[in-house]
Design a protein around this ligand. Sequence first.
Ligand code: FAD
Length: 383
Amino acid sequence: MKKALVIGGGFAGCAATHQLMAAGGWSVTLVEAGPYLGAGVRTFWFGGHPYTFGPRHFLTQNEAVFRYLDALVPLRRCNEHEFLTYVERDNAFYSFPIHMDDIERMPDRDFIHQELAQVKGVANAKNLEEYWIGSVGRTLYEKYIENYNKKMWLVDDNRLIDTFNWSPKGVAIKEGPRAAWDTAISAYPHAPDGYNAYFDIATAGATVLLDTKIDSYDIPNKSVVLKGEKLHFDLIVSTISPDLLFEQCYGELGFIGRDLHKIVLPTEHVFPDDVYFLYYANDEKFTRLVEYKKFTRHQSPTTLIGMEIPSFNGRHYPLPYMSEIERARKYYELMPEGVYSIGRAGSYRYGLDIDDCIEQAMQMAQQVKEGGRDYPVPMEKWR
Ligand SMILES: Cc1cc2nc3c(=O)[nH]c(=O)nc-3n(C[C@H](O)[C@H](O)[C@H](O)COP(=O)(O)OP(=O)(O)OC[C@H]3O[C@@H](n4cnc5c(N)ncnc54)[C@H](O)[C@@H]3O)c2cc1C
């Protein structure tokens, strides 16, 4: 049996463990610093309601990834969902992504149309502000994007944000159906405890060490010291921030964290029928509210709202700065063949979601099987 070490027991670590166990021939040790698997995707209960740390609904464009997860934790499709943004200066809720019909009901619609007719495009955009203004003009940028991103990234100036997985076409204004991502599969587990069963299924047969941290890493030699013992592995799959594997020798990688406040309200539903999330693009400290029962379908005379406030608490959102991505790349260059760095922190990539964790784990196992040399890390989405 070959020996694999998986570092971190969030979705990516569990998915990687599952892929290796399914491939056969691997003895897998998964090391998780916390007391449970799943991290923020694990369902807990508050006020009789199931909840996760922020919304964690399953969104993918990859049928194979959907089928994989659906076979293990049956999923209910929920493609009807809409997201709304509250724009205080219009005292109105508008769909997000920005929808043409909403522009028609804005008090300054004529001015916005003039701006839209003059947008310059994004070919020369160097930062988030230029990208959005180049796509939709200054007024729509101010209404939907400016304050939201400042609080999301805890910055005073969005021009600091100089990379964002931008499309060369810029941001299109939506027309037709309002459902937020009608080109993707949107789903959520049927089970009252959400994805929880997945973490046990995925790690069955592996050695799972909870509440455990590795004492020290020697990644170039695929070795670690664990509970005082030096261990060598044939394969290491890390899902934690790459700087932690190298004693931050190139400096600490930056992240934004989150505080989550849970509020029970004495009413069956608060949000309109198909609305799952509300975004707030003004001076309030919070970015997003979620009404959990919209996707959990939990039955109760009360409802649970989650409120997210950006903070430095936790390493949830890798910074979308080129300088930080460059720093991450230097860490990846220190990783030899047989070391993978996947998942959100592991890839140091904002916007890397549950489906991407699964896809990366599948790709990793495939490469290992084929003796592929596409090491050390996937920096881009697979498609
Ligand atoms: C608030 C929020 C809401 C989100 N909503 C959605 C959504 O609706 N849909 C969606 O698809 N995606 C969503 N995402 C993204 C998605 O949930 C994540 O991309 C995915 O869960 C990341 O999994 P991961 O395993 O890469 O990382 P994590 O979930 O962060 O897991 C990493 C694990 O490593 C452990 N760890 C850390 N340091 C060490 C160490 N030194 N040693 C051992 N273990 C360690 C941690 O305890 C943790 O369990 C959301 C993310 C956030 C933050």
